[in-house]
Design a protein around this ligand. Structure first.
Ligand code: NAP
Ligand code: ZN
Ligand code: ZN
Length: 349
């Protein structure tokens, strides 16, 4: 067994604290990764605080993992010791269902195995995430990461990156598409970078007026403050695609009204409460609401390769793991530009 150090949530209300546990020994298809960096996703906070229900404790959050391979099983073909790799939001799936066979393991009919806060497919091990120094994962769910990019800024691509890349691709966002990104946070800022890279006209729709300059620096062409009703009215029927990356409870109707004919609201944000959706806003302009959950392994690799080619990484603030609780509070206040990333070396302090 591989002794591992981590920070864990022990229950839904106390701060995360040091935790020691064991990873499984490397099996024939496994890759043992020494973790260098792990991004801090709002989903970590939702789950650590049991905002979605059913949380399993102790919980080591973290699913934006970048590290170095230290050991591989004897049947591993894709990786060798020394390789730079990533692990994202899932570490397993059934591999046999219609969706797994179409490279959509994220929509596995049996349910994908999350990187943490779930029981692994052996039926007993609690999966533990990346706020730790080691992880052991089947090679199919491990991604190749280019050494060309700044690795701490690559980590958020493993969740925030693929979660925004996949629905924007699926919606055929490109030249001529008018895209609105709702919520300029960890996911939102990646959505802006991708939509701009795909050639779209991009507007950030934010609750925070002070983010305008940043939005433009990220490449956005326009900026809308959602509380400004007059400006929102000016944009009724304007957008082809809206990507909702909001973590807090909010209704869809004011945003739906901004969509043009056949416009789509792509939902990736996962607040605790159900939103209000007006049927009148839906039937007007034949609008639709669709959801999207991360992306399959093949598409995640495509996204990482696209980022290496186009020099796309996240904007990050590197923190030692001892600051994780403060980082959660700051994330709730929107006080992060635009993703916290944990320097896992700090576990040894
Ligand atoms: P984040 O960094 O905290 O960003 C969330 C953003 O939401 C904030 O920056 C803020 O942007 C906006 N916001 C906050 N309160 C708001 C309100 N009351 N009304 C409207 N907007 C508000 O969070 P994240 O890590 O990007 O995650 C965003 C959501 O996506 C979370 O719920 C997370 O669980 C979910 N998620 C889903 C998937 C998936 O597969 N679908 C994957 C990862 C994460 P402004 O200041 O610009 O308004
Ligand atoms: Zn995430
Ligand atoms: Zn499956």
């Amino acid at each position: 067994m591989i002794a591992s150090k981590a920070y864990a949530a022990y229950n839904k209300s106390t701060p995360l604290a040091p935790f020691e546990f064991f990873r499984r020994n490397v099996k024939e298809h496994d890759v043992h990764v020494e973790i260098l960096f792990c991004g801090v996703c709002h989903s970590d906070l939702h789950q650590a605080r049991d905002e979605w229900g059913g949380s399993i404790y102790p919980m080591v959050p973290g699913h934006e993992i970048v590290g170095k391979v230290v050991e591989v099983g004897n049947k591993v073909t894709k990786f060798k010791a020394g390789d730079t790799v990533g692990v994202g939001v899932m570490v397993d799936s059934c591999r046999e269902c219609k969706n797994c066979k179409r490279d959509l393991e994220n929509y596995c009919v049996e349910g994908m195995t999350g990187t943490y806060n779930t029981i692994e497919r052996d039926g007993k091990t609690i999966a533990q995430g990346g706020y730790s120094n080691h992880i052991v994962v089947d090679e199919h769910y491990v991604l190749k990461v280019s050494d060309k990019l700044n690795l701490e800024a690559v980590a958020p691509l493993l969740c925030a990156g693929i979660t925004t890349y996949s629905p924007l691709r699926y919606a055929n966002v490109g030249k001529g598409t008018k895209v609105g990104v709702i919520g300029l946070g960890g996911l939102g800022h990646m959505a802006v970078k991708f939509a701009v890279a795909f050639g779209a006209e991009v507007t950030v729709i934010s609750t925070t007026p002070s983010k305008e300059q940043d939005a433009k620096k990220l490449g956005a062409h326009k900026f809308l403050v959602s509380s400004n009703k007059d400006r929102m009215r000016d944009y009724e029927g304007y957008f082809n695609v809206l990507l909702d990356a909001v973590s807090a409870n909010h209704d869809f109707t004011p945003y739906l009204n901004l969509l043009d004919l056949d416009g789509r609201l792509l939902v990736v944000g996962l607040p605790q409460e159900e939103p209000k959706v007006s049927p009148f806003s839906l039937i007007t302009n034949r609008r639709s609401v669709t959801g999207s959950m991360i992306g399959g392994i093949k598409e995640t690799q495509d996204m990482l390769d696209f980022c290496a080619e186009h020099n796309i990484v996240a904007e990050v603030e590197l923190i030692p793991i001892q600051q994780i609780n403060e980082a959660y509070e700051r994330m709730l206040k929107g006080d992060v530009k635009y993703r916290f990333v944990i320097d896992i070396a700090s576990l040894n302090q």
